[in-house]
Ligand binder design. Sequence first.
Ligand SMILES: [Fe+2]
Length: 296
Amino acid sequence: MKHWNTKYPRRFDLGSNEDYLRWRDEKLAAYPRNVGELVVELGDMTAISPAEKTKILELSERANMCVYTAGSAPLDMDSLLALGRQLGVTQTDKSTRHTQADELTDSGILNHAIPFSTRHVNWHTDATYYGSDRTIQSLFLLCKRPAPEGGSNKVLDHEMLYIRLRDSAPGALEVLMTKDCFNYRNPATGEVDPGRGGKVFWTNAAGHLCHRFSFRKTDMAWSDESDVAAARRTLEDLISGEAADVIEGRLESGMGLISNNVLHTREKLTDSEDPAKKRLLFRTRFYDRVDPERVG
Ligand SMILES: [Fe+2]
């Protein structure tokens, strides 16, 4: 374990360079370079061993995510929730949402919303619509059936994005960390909700970096202030540029993702016509996060 949050508590403070520069060098050296480095094989995801837990927590520091194999556990939502509990995350948003909203499959629910389709999904963090005061801080997936073809994901740790921005465009980063940059817009009515908006990067009470972003335009009402518009362009260019920090992989049956809601895409997929063979991933999202120093 690196214990970066204790060692470098001011690494996300734009007014101080000392912690940032030390942490940056360690983080760049530790960040995984391919999906193979992200994998943790579990004997049973519902009963993880202390050594397995340590591996998950180490990767949560290095990359805010890991890819796991479920082992002997059933591939269902209960196993996913059990994994969360063992890592100290329990506060899901399930009670507020459609009952099938956490079964990612080509079901066409929620007016054919993109996660429930076979289309390409561009870079985003999950649940940008909650506002930065109460947002989704972690996202877990478990694959029961992959698509016959396609449906792989790209992932990018938002702490790497923070480093790239801080080093190349600190002014833009300051805007993204201090100003209310966008609000939620209801895609059905076009109505903007001033109560659900906020920053693009910020730190939570424990000192961890949070991030929310999406290329989707229908539900994102960005501020038209010139500094926000310029910072948004800088951020979008950086994400679209797909630096070496982007990791790509496909979840096969029995594989899953543990993440502190890192940026991700999903490639277009071709699905089976047979409902029993369609791609199916279980998803759960939490208001809390995997915090290695809290549960470790
Ligand atoms: Fe997503």
